[in-house]
Design a protein around this ligand. Structure first.
Ligand code: NAD
Length: 512
């Protein structure tokens, strides 16, 4: 089958639930005539009425012209029976996540569709190869995985099964471009790209919660402000629903034969067992009132007022002659605030010294481990993409005196210090390093190309950077060392650096 242009083709959508109606709207917006079929005729009608209401709302808010909204609706028709989809050039399946139901449906679609029609599945986790297995011509079956809400989210993963033809893949990638989506080709592996590479984002948030590293609102705030994500993992899992999020985690874990890298969170399973599903049930990690608005989460504790200048002077704060990262920013902020920190040639560029101890950037070791090695009290501060701008810095201390001194120093420069339980990797660096690690495993397994993995994470889940962009920013050698340190100190093999990350570090010529 040659690559075809689906631009003017009729589109069929089977399943009028959350995703089906979103895909139908996307196709209708792009100018296609669309037939929507659901086993429950009332479900299809209800979905169309709800879409009409949403479009009315957008017209009222001036987001879309009345004529355009009417044109979208005029292109959408509820199909009375599956056979009505016979003229479609593309049929997208978005029914329940059940292999047998999907296989039966695709067998019916193969019988009724024209010989050149493409049959696509929006499955999140089922093997495309398995869905296409009963068909006589599996070459025209592929995954077309949209993200919720489909009309808004840019990413579509185009997933060939083992027997899918290249022409089918090229046709679907071309269609994504026509629909103004970011189409990315992904191998048919559990979780494809996004649901696989995103696992550590949630897993690390839940682990930090389980281990009491900080309060939930502090964990979320650090991921948002220090790491630059739009939403922290705990608030996001509350929004997605813990039942849905845990099912994806469990699905990827099971499909990967229990590979420990994909270990689901026990804390999240407890939430599901308790019926605390998140926003939709009124309570998850946070509580939500009847209107669905989150109650204001407890704010991270406020920094004390800036300490007197004499207290800062008594700390004898010192920096290396050429400080970098948070040290550079802190030195300049202290100078601006009228203090005069000293220079110390013995300090590494990222380190600084105060109150007889050393402050070190997070390199995957706990403050206690570092302190034991250098025989001095230590602070380890977490990674921050913009230490000055974020105004929030997580850190752990090897002694209570160092903790108090560092909190005072941070408040002198207008930054809120968040005291974290001392553990290797803290929160922001550990989360980012594990996302990079998962992306490296995915690249090693040829799930997708590096640039496609980056695009998938930016456009599928709105990450501020793609994992390989982070790897380049922070440095593959640094991340390799940090992950090795976390693995060594925790004794947990999930933190061992991916061999792909090690290779990347070696190829960059850096010392590991
Ligand atoms: P949903 O439960 O909201 O809707 C499923 C619809 O399919 C229902 O209306 C049901 O009546 C209908 N249906 C069931 N069996 C059918 C059949 N044999 N023929 C016709 N209609 C049938 O489900 P959803 O959340 O829209 O998910 C649909 C698919 O999309 C699943 O494969 C899911 O994994 C995938 N997906 C979901 C999301 C998400 O965030 N919800 C995101 C990406 C992909």
């Amino acid at each position: 089958m040659a690559q075809i242009d689906l631009k003017d083709g009729v589109v069929g959508v089977v399943g009028a639930g959350t995703m089906g109606i979103g895909v139908a709207e996307t196709a209708a917006r792009a100018g296609h005539r669309v037939f929507l079929f659901d086993v429950s005729e009332s479900a299809a009608q209800t979905a169309l009425s709800a879409l009409a209401d949403r479009l009315d709302g957008r017209v009222a808010r001036g987001k879309i012209a009345r004529d355009d909204a009417d044109a979208i609706l005029s292109r959408l028709t509820c199909a009375p029976a599956l056979d009505a989809l016979a003229p479609c050039a593309l049929i997208v399946e978005a029914v329940v996540e059940d292999l047998k139901i999907k296989q039966d449906l695709f067998s019916s679609l193969e019988r009724l569709a024209g010989p050149d029609a493409i049959l696509a599945s929006n499955t999140s986790s089922i093997s495309i190869t398995a869905i296409a297995r009963p068909l006589e011509k599996p070459g025209r079956v592929a995954g077309l995985h949209f993200f919720n809400p489909a009309p808004v989210m840019k990413l579509v993963e185009v997933v060939p099964g083992l027997q899918t033809t290249q022409a089918t893949v090229r046709t679907l990638l071309g269609l994504c471009a026509h629909w103004e989506k970011v189409g990315v080709q992904a191998k048919s592996v559990p979780g494809f790209i996004v649901n696989r590479v995103a696992r550590p984002f949630y897993a690390e948030g839940f682990l930090a919660l389980e281990q009491g590293v900080a309060a939930p609102a502090q964990i979320d705030a650090l991921i948002e402000k220090s790491a630059g994500f739009r939403m922290g993992p705990l608030a996001l899992a509350d929004l997605i629903g813990h039942d849905v999020n845990a099912a994806v985690a469990q699905g990827v874990f099971d499909a990967c034969n229990g590979h420990t890298r994909f270990r689901p969170s026990l804390a999240q399973q407890e939430l599901v067992a308790a019926g605390r599903l998140g926003r939709k049930s009124g309570c998850g990690i946070y509580r939500y009132d009847g209107a669905g608005d989150p109650q204001t989460p407890p704010a991270p504790s406020l920094s004390p007022p800036p300490p007197p200048a004499a207290q800062i002077a008594a700390m004898a704060v010192r920096f290396s002659p050429a400080p970098t990262g948070a040290a550079l920013w802190c030195r300049d902020a202290l100078r601006k605030a009228g203090h005069a920190p000293e220079t110390d040639r013995d300090l590494a560029p990222g380190q600084w010294a105060l109150a007889g101890g050393v402050v070190s950037p997070n390199a995957g070791r706990s403050a206690l481990a570092l302190s034991t090695e250098i025989d001095k009290p230590c602070i380890v501060h977490d990674w921050a993409h913009d230490p000055g701008g974020s105004r929030l810095l997580g850190f752990s201390a090897s002694t209570p005196d160092m903790e108090q001194a560092f909190l005072a120093l941070l408040s002198a420069v207008g930054v809120e210090g968040v005291v974290l339980k001392d553990r290797p990797g803290l929160i922001a660096l550990r989360t980012i390093a594990m996302i990079v690690n998962a992306a490296c495993d995915a690249a090693r397994d040829e799930v997708a190309r590096e640039d496609d993995i980056d695009r998938a994470m930016r456009f599928g889940v709105n990450y501020p950077r793609g994992p390989f962009e982070w790897a380049d920013l922070i440095g593959p050698a640094f991340l390799t060392r940090a992950l090795s340190s976390i693995a060594e100190e925790t004794g947990d093999p999930i933190y061992l650096p991916s061999e792909y990350l090690r290779r990347r570090a070696a190829l960059s010529g850096a010392r590991m």
